[in-house]
Write a protein that binds this ligand. Structure first.
Ligand code: HEM
Length: 410
């Protein structure tokens, strides 16, 4: 039964609807009146061949779905709710090779292997190099009077972090960046990137990573690639598995963190009291509030493996269920004054990194470290940074992206 006050066919994942307004007032209405709402799409959504999906808006319900993988599968229809019109079922099915789109027990096996590269010790080992990088990036921006914050500052550190983690040689790093941008931007007409360019970029990145894996197998180094691929047995990744893992990292680790940093800067510049507070006290809680505020991943989906109920709604076997992290992160049942950007918020049980459960963000500690390091460097080096334009947003069905944010550094 459609929520009466929303227009027929209203679609939270349609970039035309979503990308102008975050958070949508419609979420607040749904949380109050129909927290799990059937979003009918009579004309279907490319690739899925069904007639709609459930919109899950409350914090509690997003957590419930995320932590019950036996009832809510990440694999049946993968994690992205909406693709563009050219998407086919075959192409969706290929994406099941990515860990984000696997269910236990396959997911458990891959996750156990790759998390060796993300131990607190492994992340701590990157800290010194990333701190230096953060300072260098911001110092280079200071040399200009003004510029685009996204290209000057937000892009570089997440890319370097992943490249450092998997041991990509310096000369190859810009290629990884370029491929990952192309894979994500197909929904945005301004970037004029077709689905085909996106698929080619994905194939090139996978093949690059597979070659890297093969080289490390032959000649091991002190990086995680060598540890993950050392020998192909139950406890290691095959070269193609490694290729798909790097593909996931390039999108999951790059674009998300870049947008958290950009939204964070915009939030600071539009809330000057919070910027002054940050510069003075550098609270350790700031990075988490930036992720809650930004919610770089607006939504992911699951598919019901059986008939079930959720938040008062009866979900049928095979129906898709959209987890709207952006809505959960503004749920007044959980957050006091959710519309306030408060860098001292504590506790801050936001779902920006997922709702718990087996797919909870593998790179959370790395992301929090990167956000912390870059804002420390900005506060030290360009403390008087100021806004010089409105953000230009990426047109995407699941990523809360900013393409350009003009600032003055001096
Ligand atoms: C602010 C930055 C980031 C945000 C907002 C973010 C958000 C997310 C979200 C929402 C999920 C899905 C959770 C779920 O389905 O329950 C996820 C999964 C994942 N993230 Fe992140 N992420 C960030 C940074 C990173 C970084 C830096 C890396 C690695 C370098 C990373 C690697 C991954 C991986 C590998 C997964 C899949 C985990 C699995 O399926 O088991 N993420 N992330």
């Amino acid at each position: 039964m459609p929520c009466p006050a929303l227009p027929d066919g209203f679609d939270f994942t349609d970039p035309d609807v979503y990308h102008h307004r975050v958070p949508l007032p419609e979420f607040a209405q749904l949380r109050r009146t129909e927290p799990v709402w059937w979003n009918a799409q009579p004309h279907g959504i490319a690739g899925f061949g069904d007639d709609g999906y459930w919109v899950v808006t409350r914090h509690e319900d997003v957590r419930e779905v995320s932590t019950r993988p036996e009832v809510f599968s990440a694999s049946l229809n993968t994690s992205i709710i909406r693709f563009n019109a050219a998407m086919t079922r075959d192409k969706i099915d290929i994406q099941k090779l990515i860990m984000l789109n696997m269910d236990p027990p396959e997911h458990t096996r891959v996750r156990q292997i790759v998390q060796r590269g993300f131990t607190p010790r492994a992340i701590r080992a990157l800290e010194g190099a990333l701190r230096d990088r953060a300072r260098t990036i911001v110092a280079a921006a200071r040399g200009k009077e003004s510029g685009d914050f996204v290209t000057d500052i937000a892009c570089e550190l997440p890319l370097q972090a992943i490249a450092e983690l998997i041991g990509v040689p310096q000369d190859d790093r810009s290629r990884i960046f370029d491929w990952s941008n192309k894979m994500i931007a197909y929904d945005d007409p301004e970037l004029a990137i077709t689905e085909e360019v996106g698929s080619t970029a994905a194939a090139e990145l996978i093949s690059y990573a597979m070659n890297l894996a093969a080289a490390r197998k032959e000649c091991p180094a002190q990086d995680i690639v060598s540890r993950l691929v050392a020998a192909e047995d139950e406890g290691n990744l095959a070269s193609d598995e490694f290729g798909f893992f790097v593909l996931l990292l390039a999108v999951a680790g790059n674009e998300t963190t870049r947008n958290a940093i950009t939204h964070g800067m915009h939030a600071f510049l539009t809330h000057p009291d919070q910027w002054e507070l940050y510069k003075r006290e550098r609270p350790g809680t700031a990075a988490e509030e930036i992720v809650r505020w930004a919610t770089p991943v607006v939504s992911f989906q699951r598919t019901a493996t059986q008939d079930t109920t959720l938040g008062g709604a009866r979900i049928g076997k095979g129906q898709r269920v959209g987890l709207f992290y952006a809505s959960a992160n503004h749920d007044p049942e959980v957050f006091e004054d959710p519309g306030t950007f408060d860098i001292t918020r504590d506790p801050n049980p936001h779902l920006g990194f997922g709702g718990g459960g087996p797919h909870f963000c593998l790179g959370k500690s790395l992301a929090v470290l990167e956000i912390d390091l870059i804002f420390q460097a900005i506060a030290d080096t360009v403390p008087d940074i100021a806004l010089a334009g409105t953000p230009r947003r990426l047109r995407s069905a699941w990523l809360n992206g900013v393409k350009e944010l003009r600032v003055r550094y001096a």
